[in-house]
Design a protein around this ligand. Structure first.
Ligand code: ADP
Ligand code: MG
Length: 929
């Protein structure tokens, strides 16, 4: 095992590194069991060791201290080691999952060490012999399979990050990610700039990197904030052996069968597989061959945009209130996972998006079929996770039942799809896959499984009576003996005259005769002491055995053991059959999930009155009567109506404004500047349009009367620092760094949402930055933009930039109060209504009155707005065309812009960035602004 540590905020240091735990020193004084423990612990220094002793997993030494603190369980002692007490704590095996869950959530890794033989066998070898034990599995955050450790409705990925160093130019990176609970396996290349965005999309439960990457200062900001980061030695990421390791895992001669992979992709994929093998120790989980994601196949959304738009969770970290929660009408867990995946990675191929929309449309139009399917989906089990557990040897009887029910359900779905008048491509595929499931396997499972199933196979009793004659025989013998015991109890009670005499059973004594203390004496004196042999006296009870009882007991035990062994044999056989059919089972699981998603999105569309968007490769962005999917539902719950609004960022139709014809004014999308007072609805309007684009490319209908969207390839959404309430310590610096990222990356197909950028600093530099940003977006990036600002001076820009459009939130003044109509109309806000808003907020009347006087005074003095002057004096954005020489007229501004454009925030340390900012400000001060 490699030295691997999981570092988290809670656990900055490796779990245990107790220098006193070393096999070898003074072993003569160490018990054989401790010796075994120390040896196993030494092989797994980076994990908490769950050491199986009977019905408990025990932890010793520093592990015990860590675990008792983390779990709030009692720390005790057991014997001595090198003269000192050995700290110990333990968790009962039955409740181990619960404790594991908590330890994993805290970022610990756990090595589960089992007894590999019956303790009786060890005893036979001699008094000093220790039960054979070894680690059977490492439990880490990214390699979980148990339902109790997982969220049913989300994926849990293990990601591996590999780098290939380039002698010249940029290093290349690749990410491979596996969900071992469902078998999904993907790999994608990435450059450094996109790395954080890709990781944010995958949201891995654990990410593994080489020691070198772990120590890399440049990557530290990207990696260190992640929930569980595990560094591994270089060989795991070795490119030279990667292909061979991958091929060996999948049992193929070459990975070429799975597609073409770059060297760095192979390295990442092999690292992920190697880590899975190491943690699962000899068990081969069911993993699909790696699927390569082509660059640009999905809508690029960086981490800031994802969190800002609250796609999967709100800024406060809750699922409730997120876009996903608002649109998720899926019924099955697998459907919920698929919807979350699709929302995390919207498509960029208009035709593929169209196929998804076709599937939704079929079920939107056919209520009867949709309702019928959805009713049936309610009892569809989680086929993917059940089969994964069975294949890896961690399944239970209920997982077998899930396979049975899932296959039967697949058949029913197939039947319900067979008479569709018209099948869109994806639904036809689903139907085809569902037809191919192994019905014979389900029928066999139906014969095998009893009606009531225990959670664990070792509990037995899951095989249906009548299925296996040998099993029935063993059970009959066991049950018969139990009846004999009942009869024996009656006989003993009569013979002794002790009415309350009982025959009971526990794990320590086995079967025993149990009487109260007052009767105990009688059984211990002649003549009864000839039959009854004393075993134990407790507080109130005295316990005995008899020769007859002993014989019966061993008969029962033998029969019960045999019955269980037969059941386990049958279980193994069925698990093997499931493994053999795993490919069609996985396909069926995916098909059912896809069906669930299509029906769920259709149900959503009907419920909330969504329409099918028109999607193509144009640069159109025309939304008629758009609504915010989350705010709308929140308002609906609270009684208020949501005011629908149009938005049109499509390129203006020809002829292009003459001032700009041939200068790049044509063809590109529009920029809308949205002004209006606080609380008027600007932010809501901006976000709803971004969300409609995302929903469209996810393949969902959208909350609007109509929408035409030319595929967006990257979407940026930024909120100015002052407005970014949830991120309390967010600064103007962050805002600028993020704005710089947009100006450097956004191309013509991008959609940019900027909300109150430039607000985090003094008015004039804020306005200047906002101004320059808009010019750059218009002239350089030429992308579709929505820009909300409280600088209404900015609206003057519309006179200069042909694709700029001013929009404002309508408000009414009524008896000195401001009334928000939440309606977006063309034009500019005449003022910000700050005083009216302040009044609404309950500022004292005297303050409001005084503010009005001050405002009147300022307005009187400042007749000619500075922005008006600006627009007249300032030439257009200086670097409109990279090739063109910067105009001479305002070299200060041009220089400032160049300096801003030259910044690459991803490459800057916070200190560099701060210094750059000071330099920019100094430059600004030198200019003639
Ligand atoms: P701003 O960004 O202009 O300060 P917000 O977008 O934050 O305003 O909106 C303020 C509040 O107004 C929202 O919380 C929402 O409740 C309400 N609101 C916004 N847009 C609408 C709308 N179109 N219809 C109804 N209520 C809206
Ligand atoms: Mg706002």
């Amino acid at each position: 095992m490699d030295a691997a540590r999981t570092i988290t905020a809670d656990n900055p240091e490796p779990a245990t590194k107790d220098a006193t735990i070393k096999a070898g020193d003074e072993t003569s004084r160490v018990t054989p069991m401790m010796e075994q423990y120390i040896e196993i612990k030494a092989a797994n220094p980076d994990c908490l060791l769950f050491y199986r002793m009977g019905d408990f997993y025990e932890l010793f030494f520093a592990d015990a201290e860590v675990a008792s603190r983390a779990l709030g369980i009692v720390l005790t002692k057991r014997g001595k080691h090198l003269g000192a007490d050995i700290p110990m704590c333990g968790v009962p095996v039955e409740r181990a999952d619960e404790y594991l869950h908590r330890l994993i959530a805290l970022g610990h890794r756990v090595a589960v060490c089992e007894q590999l033989e019956d303790p009786a066998l060890a005893r036979k070898r001699g008094g000093k012999s220790v039960v054979r034990r070894d680690v059977v599995r490492l439990v880490t955050p990214g390699t979980l399979t148990e339902d109790s450790l997982l969220d049913a409705r989300s994926n849990n990925y293990l990601a591996a990050l590999a780098r290939s160093r380039a002698s010249a130019g940029e290093d290349r990176f690749a990410l491979a990610w596996i969900d071992i609970s469902t078998g999904e396996f993907r790999v994608a290349e990435s450059d450094r700039a996109a790395l954080a965005a890709t990781i944010a999309r995958i949201e891995p439960g654990e990410i593994i990197v080489s020691d070198a990457l772990y120590a890399d200062a440049v990557l530290a900001p990207t990696l260190r904030g992640l929930p569980a980061l595990t560094p591994l030695t270089r060989d795991v990421f070795d490119g030279a052996t990667a292909e061979r390791r991958l091929a060996a895992f999948f049992g193929v001669a070459t990975t070429a069968a799975f597609g073409t992979f770059s060297r760095v992709e192979l390295a990442a994929a092999a690292a992920a597989i190697t880590y899975v093998e190491r943690t699962q120790i000899g068990k081969r989980p069911l993993i699909s061959p790696p699927l390569r994601e082509a660059a640009g196949a999905t809508l690029a959304l960086d981490a800031a945009t994802r969190s800002n738009l609250e796609l999967h969770r709100t800024l406060a970290g809750e699922r409730r209130g997120s876009l996903l929660a608002a649109i998720d009408r899926t019924i099955t867990a697998a459907g919920a996972r698929l919807l979350a995946q699709r929302l995390a990675a919207p498509l960029t191929d208009a035709a593929e998006i169209g196929h998804r929309l076709d599937s939704v449309a079929v079920f939107a139009a056919d209520a009867a079929r949709r309702n019928d399917l959805r009713a049936r989906l309610k009892s569809a089990p989680d086929l993917a996770r059940a089969s994964s557990r069975l294949v890896i040897g961690r399944g239970g009887p209920r997982d077998l039942a899930a396979i049975r029910d899932g296959i039967f359900a697949a058949g029913e779905f197939a039947a319900r799809l067979s008479d569709l008048p018209e099948s869109p491509r994806d639904i036809a595929q689903v139907a085809q896959v569902l037809h191919r499931t192994d019905v014979a396997l389900a029928q066999e499972l139906d014969k095998v499984l009893a009606d009531e199933l225990p959670a664990l196979r070792r509990d037995g009793g899951f095989v249906r009576p009548g299925y296996a004659p040998a099993l029935d025989e063993a059970r009959a013998l066991r049950d018969e003996s139990r009846r004999v015991i009942a009869a024996l109890q009656v006989r003993y009670a009569e013979a002794t005259g002790i009415r309350a005499l009982k025959i009971r059973h526990n794990n320590v004594l086995g079967y025993f005769v149990d009487v109260s203390a007052q009767h105990g004496e009688k059984l211990m004196t002649a003549p009864l002491n000839g039959t009854f042999i004393h075993r134990q006296t407790t507080a109130g009870q005295v316990r005995f055995t008899t020769t007859e009882l002993g014989e019966l007991e061993s008969k029962i035990a033998t029969a019960a053991e045999r019955a269980l062994a037969l059941e386990l044999e049958i279980f193994e056989r069925m698990a093997t059959a499931v493994a053999a059919a795993s490919a069609t089972i996985k396909d069926a699981a995916e098909a059912i999930a896809a069906l669930d998603v299509a029906c769920a999105l259709a149900a959503l569309a009907l419920e909330r009155d969504y329409v099918r968007p028109q999607v193509d490769d144009s640069l159109a962005f025309a939304i008629e009567g758009g609504r915010h999917p989350v705010v709308e539902q929140m308002l609906a719950a609270g009684g208020g109506p949501f005011v629908a609004n149009d938005c049109d960022l499509s390129p203006p139709p020809p002829p292009y404004p003459s001032s700009h014809a041939g200068e790049g004014g044509e063809g590109a999308g529009r920029i809308w500047i949205v002004t209006g007072p606080n609380m008027a609805g600007k932010s809501t309007f901006l976000r709803q349009n971004a969300l409609i684009a995302i929903l469209t490319q996810t393949g969902s209908f959208v909350p609007a009367r109509g929408a035409h969207i030319g595929v967006v390839d990257r979407l940026f959404s930024r909120v100015g620092a002052a407005d970014d309430l949830a991120r309390g310590h967010s600064t103007f610096m962050v805002e600028m760094v993020e704005t710089a990222a947009i100006l450097n990356q956004a191309g013509e197909r991008a959609l940019v949402i900027l909300d109150e950028i430039g607000r985090g600093t003094a008015t004039f530099d804020g306005l200047s930055i906002a101004w320059a940003t808009i010019e750059h977006l218009h002239e350089q990036n030429r992308c579709r933009v929505l820009f909300a600002t409280h600088f209404h001076e900015m609206t003057a820009l519309a006179g200069k930039l042909p694709r700029l459009h001013n929009a404002t939130m309508r408000v009414k003044e009524w008896q000195g109060d401001v009334v928000f109509l939440h309606e977006v109309v063309a034009g500019a806000a005449d003022r910000s209504y700050g005083i009216q808003v302040a009044k609404l907020a309950g500022l004292p009347a005297s303050v409001i009155e005084r503010a009005k006087v001050v405002l009147a005074q300022i307005e009187a003095e400042d007749r000619v707005s500075p922005a008006r002057r600006l627009i007249d004096d300032l030439p257009l954005f200086a670097s409109a065309r990279p090739a063109a020489a910067p105009p001479q007229t305002d070299s200060a501004l041009a220089a400032l812009m160049d300096a801003l454009a030259a910044l690459n925030p991803d490459d800057m340390s916070p200190r560099d960035a701060l210094e750059a900012l000071y330099a920019l400000k100094a430059q600004l001060a030198k200019g003639k602004l």
